[in-house]
Design a protein around this ligand. Structure first.
Ligand SMILES: [Ca+2]
Length: 115
């Protein structure tokens, strides 16, 4: 399987759709939702997303960066399972990830998944 194959052309590879528990054959809206940004007093941002049940870190990692060229693995992440559900036979969990972001890395965040 080509890990970069995007069967329906929604911009998400089939492999990342496996992680998110979304369909590789039906358009998926952006699965990552930025739910809060760092503030002057709290350098934590929050991401919310669905994740296939049973796949946990370190199978995937969080990376942050100041530009889109240099990415740094960020271990300062606390995940909370907000809910669990089964959709079209796929068990997923909705995750809130609290990511402590160094000021120099505050511009971008991504999830790196290398199945
Ligand atoms: Ca896709």
């Amino acid at each position: 399987m080509d890990p970069k194959l995007d069967s329906e052309g929604d911009g998400l590879s089939d492999s990342i759709e496996y992680l998110f528990g979304t369909s590789p054959t039906a358009f998926t809206a952006q699965p990552l939702r930025l739910t809060s940004l760092p503030t002057a007093g709290d350098a934590t941002l929050h991401l919310s997303f669905s994740r296939r049940a049973g796949i946990t870190r370190p199978a995937y990692t969080y990376q942050t960066g100041g530009d889109l060229l240099q990415w740094n693995t960020n271990e300062n992440v606390t995940e909370i399972v907000l809910s669990s559900q089964i959709t079209d036979g796929v068990a997923t969990e909705t995750i809130d990830a609290a990511i402590l972001v160094p000021k120099a890395d505050a511009n971008f965040v991504r999830i790196l998944w290398q199945p």
